[in-house]
Design a protein around this ligand. Structure first.
Ligand SMILES: NC(=O)c1ccc[n+]([C@@H]2O[C@H](COP(=O)([O-])OP(=O)(O)OC[C@H]3O[C@@H](n4cnc5c(N)ncnc54)[C@H](OP(=O)(O)O)[C@@H]3O)[C@@H](O)[C@H]2O)c1
Length: 216
């Protein structure tokens, strides 16, 4: 990874492409936990309600996605899965390998993300629904050119909304299907009935701990 420029940990800026619920949960968690001041977070939206939601946290809200890319070191794609391809492809000409790219879009594979962006410094992240209350179980997987330090930085950021595990991408579909609490309960009961997990173990850690809990 000799050619990968480190993200400056003391001063990096995070930009959200897609100023929706997920981006807001992450931004609120990151600011509340003190991991980043709001002044180092940016997004873009044209609607007054979404602008106000972010401005109330202290986040800079631009008018368009290009301004977010030009002013961010870490870019988090937080649009709906069906528009990720268009959004990433449109921004490709102004993306740089000095930037770390992240996607939270459910079901969108790293291979496709890297192809649309034209670069492999990408991390795919799957947080679950309770992120809004700081209790998310998040899995991350690193693209071809994402460094260990990139993984640690993203783990720290998403640690602001819950626990973070590094996982092989092939487990993502299973984890995505387990995003809701009732599913987790049923799986836990099933594993207990098969004597495959201790009664006290959280089901997510039972599934993911062999790959490493990255939370601090
Ligand atoms: N919510 C969760 O609990 C959760 C959990 C895990 C993963 N995710 C993932 O997070 C992503 C976002 O989900 P969400 O729940 O936050 O959805 P959301 O609230 O609908 O947010 C998406 C935002 O993207 C904006 N947008 C649409 N097209 C855009 C474009 N071309 N450029 C910039 N912004 C654009 C939307 O604008 P408008 O306001 O105009 O529609 C909306 O504000 C999804 O891919 C989802 O799979 C969500």
């Amino acid at each position: 990874m000799a050619n990968v420029c480190p993200i400056p940990t003391d001063s990096y800026k995070v930009g959200f492409i897609g100023a929706g619920k997920m981006a807001e949960s992450i931004a609120r968690g990151v600011v509340k936990s003190g991991i980043l001041p709001a002044s180092r977070i940016r997004t873009a939206h044209s609607g007054s309600a979404r602008r106000t939601a972010f401005e109330s946290i202290g986040v800079t809200v631009f008018d368009n996605n290009s301004q977010v890319v030009e002013d961010s070191d870490v870019i988090i794609f937080s649009v709906k899965p069906q528009v990720v391809k268009n959004v990433v492809s449109q921004l490709k000409p102004i993306l740089s390998e000095k930037q770390l790219l992240v996607s939270v879009a459910a079901g969108v594979k790293l291979k496709d993300l890297q192809e649309w962006a034209g670069q492999g410094r990408f991390i795919r992240v799957m947080p679950n629904t309770p992120s809004a209350v700081g209790e998310a179980a998040t899995v991350i997987t690193l693209g071809e050119k994402a460094t260990t330090e990139d993984g640690e930085l993203i783990s720290q950021l998403f640690g602001a909304i819950g626990k973070v595990w590094k996982a092989d991408e092939k487990l993502f579909d299973a984890v995505t299907g387990l995003r809701h609490v009732p599913s987790l309960m049923f799986l836990k009961l099933h594993l207990l009935s098969l004597n495959l997990m201790p009664i006290s173990a959280p089901v997510t850690s039972c599934l993911l701990s062999p790959l490493g809990d990255l939370s601090s």
